[in-house]
Design a binder for this molecule. Structure first.
Ligand code: CP
Length: 327
């Protein structure tokens, strides 16, 4: 049984295979060729935290594959009452694939441990493999192939998104340079860091300008996750930590001046949601080098590929039906 959790368990060839499927699916989608490859299949999407892109991309992706996705908010199910292990075993009886956005990856690992159906980590405190794969797809497209993606930089906090992107890029032979004054403590995975370091492709720079020099792509992410906020302001219990992080991370902000001065050819990426004016400036989001919204769209093509790859479904059956071109 295949699961997609941290990308520690996937080889470079596995990653390339998923990316090839995603690229093929995107071409077919753009050409208006239907890919009803998962008829009668159900994806259960269990959310313990909020989401825009992950929910939409998996749900729309499953529709396009001819299957069905069920959104289950943890707080609206019986999970607050019962043992997670009992509830998740029951949940998996209704699904062909389970996707979990969890507060703690241990819940994802518990579900996967039953080895009943493929389980996807759709962003835990330590990993975000779906985001990493979508990001690499985007970089490959903009560079005219994966072999042309030579170097990426990551600015700001070293977190779950950084972990999986760093590992996947390093496995693929892409140089990764981090300018990260701090690690988000819950995201630390020593085994993942050891795997990434063993490739010899990961290094650290003290200053953002040194990290982004000659980079093809510059990434960043929020310094605090959405659950720390209400109406775009930190919840009272986190406001002191937010102020502390502001002081630490502001010098690592991804902004137009930094790009224009030190890496004018580098493309700007952010997995979203963005906290504008903090880890990224408005002028970076709207910059001519920004590929952020294509990056968001590619989540859908990659989720579809992940589902097919996990289920071992061939993307090229004898015939596809024409359904009309898409923009
Ligand atoms: N990048 C990402 O996972 O977005 P959501 O939190 O909106 O799903």
């Amino acid at each position: 049984m295949k699961h997609l959790i941290s990308l520690k368990e996937q080889s470079a060839d596995d990653i390339r295979e998923i990316l090839d499927i995603a690229s093929d699916l995107k071409k077919k989608y753009r050409a208006g060729i239907a890919t009803n490859l998962l008829p009668g299949k159900t994806l259960v999407m269990l959310f313990q935290k909020n989401s825009t892109r992950t929910r939409l991309s998996f749900e729309a992706g499953m529709t396009e594959l001819g299957g069905h996705a069920i959104f289950l908010a943890s707080s609206h199910a019986q999970l607050p009452l019962a043992d997670f292990s009992d509830e998740i075993q029951a949940i998996m009886r209704f699904a062909d694939v389970l996707m979990i956005r969890s507060m703690h990856v241990k819940d994802v690992l518990t579900a996967a441990s039953y080895d009943r159906i493929p389980v996807i980590d759709a962003c835990s405190e330590k990993y975000h493999p779906c985001q990493a794969l979508g990001d690499i797809m985007t970089m490959s497209e903009y560079s005219g192939g994966l072999k042309n993606v030579k170097k990426i930089a990551w600015l700001g906090i070293e977190n779950n998104v950084c972990n999986t992107l760093k590992l996947a890029c390093a496995k693929l032979g892409i140089e990764v340079v981090l300018a990260t004054p701090e690690v988000h403590p819950p995201s630390v995975d020593k085994e993942l860091n050891a795997q990434a370091s063993a490739t010899g492709k990961v290094r650290r720079a003290k200053h953002p300008k040194d990290a982004i020099a000659d980079a093809d792509y510059v990434h960043t992410d929020t310094w605090l996750d959405a659950e720390y906020f209400n109406n775009r302001t930190p919840k009272p219990e986190f406001s002191a930590e937010f102020e502390r992080r502001k002081a630490v991370f502001m010098p690592y902000q991804l902004n137009a001046k930094l790009i224009d001065t030190y890496a004018p050819k580098a493309r700007i990426m952010h997995c979203m949601p963005m906290h504008v004016g903090y880890e990224i400036s408005r002028d970076a989001i709207d910059h001519k080098n920004s590929v952020i919204f294509d990056q968001a769209e590619n989540r859908k093509h990659v989720q579809k590929a992940i589902l097919l790859w996990l289920l071992g479904v061939n993307i090229n059956p004898a015939k596809h039906r024409k359904i009309g071109k898409k923009r």
